[in-house]
Design a protein around this ligand. Structure first.
Ligand SMILES: [Ca+2]
Length: 142
């Protein structure tokens, strides 16, 4: 068997500015939840299937169909933290584009148009990303 090639990576990062990394709201998510711990797997499957066609995504109907609308505010926040894959405390545009995969790994990406529409609906303060309160409002409005 061949010896695996050495993995090279920069080991000098002294040029990087040092800054304190804040752990955004991770305090109350000590255990890592998965979407199917919060939502019914069958409901997710149906909701993903309902919007399989390109440019058919309707977040209001989707949030209703996956059962998110019926969840407690706390559970909605847990869903938000699953969708915030990089744990930045916000759902940025790239995370929004793959929001369906947050519910089901084999789901499609949203089109750029769908992503923009969803961002416009959710980003109340216009900072180009969706915070947990904005996400909660978006679900509550659906
Ligand atoms: Ca994020």
């Amino acid at each position: 068997m061949a010896v695996p090639p050495p993995v090279s990576f920069p080991n000098r990062i002294s040029h990087q500015p040092s800054f304190a990394v804040q752990a955004p709201a991770s305090a109350h998510s000590s255990c890592r939840m998965s979407m199917t711990d919060l939502l019914n797997a069958e409901d997710i499957k149906k909701a993903i299937g309902a919007f399989a066609a390109a440019d058919s995504f309707d977040h209001k109907k989707f949030f209703q169909m996956v059962g998110l609308k019926k969840k407690s505010p706390d559970d909605v926040k847990k869903v938000f933290h699953i969708l915030d894959k990089d744990k930045s405390g916000f759902i940025e545009e790239d995370e929004l584009g793959s929001i369906l995969q947050g519910f089901s790994p084999d789901a499609r990406n949203l089109s750029p148009k769908e992503t923009k529409t969803l961002m416009a609906a959710g980003d109340k303060d216009g900072d180009g990303k969706i915070g947990v309160e904005e996400f909660s409002s978006l679900v509550a409005e659906s």
